[in-house]
Design a protein around this ligand. Sequence first.
Ligand code: ZN
Ligand code: ZN
Ligand code: ZN
Length: 369
Amino acid sequence: MISVHDSSVFENRLARVRAAMSQQGVDVLLLSVGHDLPYLTGYYAMPLERLTMLVVPVDAAASMVIPRLEAPRVTEMPSVFSLVPWNETDDPVAIVAKLVGAATTIAVGDQMWARFLVELLDHCPHAHYRRAVDVVGPLRMAKDAAEIEALRAAGAAADRVAVQLHAGEIALIGRTEAQVSADISARLIEQGHDIVNFAIVAAGENAASPHHHAGPRVLKQGDIVLCDFGGTMNGYCSDMTRCVHLGDVPSDIADAYAVLHQSQAAGVAAGVVGARCESIDAASRQVINDAGYGEFFIHRTGHGIGMEAHEDPYMVSGNARLLEAGHAFSVEPGIYLPGKWGMRLEDIVVATPGGPESMNFANHSLVVL
Ligand code: ZN
Ligand code: ZN
Ligand code: ZN
C-alpha cells in the first residue's frame, strides 16, 4: 500500500528502530495491528482475531509471525524480515514467546489486542513490558521527503474538494447533512483518495459540536455549514476544515470568523522548527482569548498526521516536545457557541527548515453561497 517506498526505506527504518532500542535498553519489539507494522514492513495486519506479529530482536533478524492463510498478502523482504506462518491448530503466542526467548525488556505496540498481551504475560512472566511508541514514535513523527510528498498530494486532493464546495458545485440547501457528507466522501475518492476517513458536515447549531456526526438535519438559508473531511491516499492522510455560510452573514458570525481566521494563521506561523508543540496551541488560543471567545474554544489546536489521521505530536498545552523538520500536524482552532453555531478552520502544516509549509491552500474565508 505504501507505493512511495522500496525495501531500502524499510531497512533504514529498522536500523534506526534498533538503534533506539539499544539506546533505551529494549531487547525485543513486538508489533501487531496498527500503523507501526506497515511503517517498518509495508504490511498492514488484518485487524481480526488471528495473530499477526512482527518480532524485532535488538540484535537478531526480524520475523513476522502470520496466519498461513494471510501469508500470501505479504511482500517478503529478506533484508528486512522473514515470514513465520502458523497453522490453524498452532498456538501463535507460543511461537512469538519462543522468538522472544530470554529477552527481559519487551516493547509492545499500542494497538496490539489485549488478548495477545495477556497470553504473552503467561509465557514471559519475568519480562518488563514497555510501549513501542517510545522507540518507533519519534521516527514516525519526522516524515521523510517521500512521506511529505504523499501528504502534499493528499492535501491537494482534499483542497480540490474544498474548491468545489466554495464554487457552489456541491448542492447544500434542501439536502441533509448526511447527503452532503456522502457527496463530499464521493468527491474525496474521485480526487484520488483510497479511503475516506471522515466527512463531518454540521449545519447551524450542530456546528457547535466539534465532532458532530452528519445526520438528518436539512441545510437551509441562514446556516453556517462546517465541513471537516479527509481520507487516506497512498498510505498518507488529508484532513481539512472549511465553513461556508448560506446567505448573508450576521455580524456576530462575521466578527467571530475574523478572529478564527487570524487565530489559525497565528498557529501556522508559530509552527517553526525548534518551537514547543504547546506554543502552536498558545499562539492560536491567544488570538481567540484576546477577542473574548476563549471559553468557546474547547479543544487542543492540533494533532499530528501521517499514516494515521490523528497521531503524535499533539499541539496541546503541556506538550513541551520541540518541533523537528518533518513533523506534520493540523492547525485547527474553533469557536463553538452551544445551541447557536460553531466554526473551525483547519490546514495541515509540515515544519521545514524554511518555515511552516501548508499542505492546504483553499480559500480561508467564510465563503457565502
Ligand atoms: Zn478531530
Ligand atoms: Zn479535521
Ligand atoms: Zn484534524
